[in-house]
Design a protein around this ligand. Sequence first.
Ligand code: NAD
Ligand code: WQD
Length: 343
Amino acid sequence: MPSISPAILVTGGTGYIGSHACVELLAAGYAIHVLDNLCNSRRSVQGRIERIAGKAITLHEGDIRDRAFLKDLFAVRRFDAVVHFAGLKAVGESVEKPELYFDNNVRGSGMLLAAMQEAGVRRMVFSSSATVYGETNTPPFTEDAATGPVNPYGQNKLAVEQMLADHARRHEDWRVALLRYFNPVGAHESGLIGEDPNGIPNNLMPYVSLVAAGRLKELSVFGNDFETADGTGVRDYVHVADLAAGHVAALNALDRLPPVRIFNLGTGRGYSVLDVVKEFERASGRAVPYRIAPRRPGDVAVSYADAARAARELDWRAGRGLATMCRDAWRWQQWRAAQPAEL
Ligand code: NAD
Ligand code: WQD
């Protein structure tokens, strides 16, 4: 008799990281159901995931805050686990609209959790962020570093972590992996899926891509007077395909982990803004003009992971280097630019 693939519900699965995770989960033999309200992604991502993976997925269009929708969805079939990406992620917007962010990210996660509890689904992998770490830590950050997020977005992430951890500790058989991503960048090597921000990007790599493509004039480098080798900010950039593989590793390990386990997902090494600019120029063969601008409020000088726990307990390491990250971001940029805007 053919065995039935375990079914995973991927919330936010048409988004940037979620779409790459779908590809990796399909390759690992899971059946995928995506739940997404498409507030920051496009329906066409489904077809591109399927094209890369050579397998079909099911897209359920709806909102994690819609109780009736969730009830129906969990009645459709028995999910083995939920990988929870759905959320709003723009730090600046979270400062302007903290209520919206709390409602979508924290209340939404609470409703998802309640629906899982009711349906008897007891395993979750959650997208958290290195942004939960406080500013007083000295890098590399271990999972035990002090938390102290400085904006509503980061506070949402920590609140959801705490809600999930409390729930898992109070209810039998629950297993939760809280994955704290450092700086996800790059795209699938096919160039068919990647980060597709609306308007002018806030994050470094998408901005640099548009400058290299000649669609933005120059990069503003936010500060060159930090205590780093070249004075610009240092971050732990991690290829999105490695990150996606980290979700499969966490999912596969859930049953042998304690009920709640936090993992940093990063490479464990930092690159400066100017390192990224130079590497992107090499990868694209294009110039990336820049000017030095004032520091951006809230930016720390240096952030990178101690990724030893994920290596030890999940056997996961981020193997792709900065050159591959830039190559794949550029490949995606070129493919995307050749498509109609409304793709
Ligand atoms: P993204 O915006 O590309 O993907 C999020 C997806 O969730 C989108 O497809 C969006 O339409 C969907 N969504 C949002 N609210 C929803 C709701 N209420 N109901 C249903 N669907 C909803 O973002 P991403 O970069 O892929 O990030 C995925 C997750 O990882 C987020 O939770 C984000 O906070 C977290 N994260 C991202 C980064 C990063 O730098 N990209 C870093 C750390 C953590
Ligand atoms: C990287 C470096 C900037 C843009 C953010 C979120 C964090 C997480 C990941 C979700 C910094 C510099 C940037 C530009 C620049 N997301 N920079 N010019 O701030 O490390 O992290 O994304 O969880 O929560 O805060 O990433 O890509 O914005 O910046 O000089 O136009 O590039 O100052 O040193 P960040 P980033």
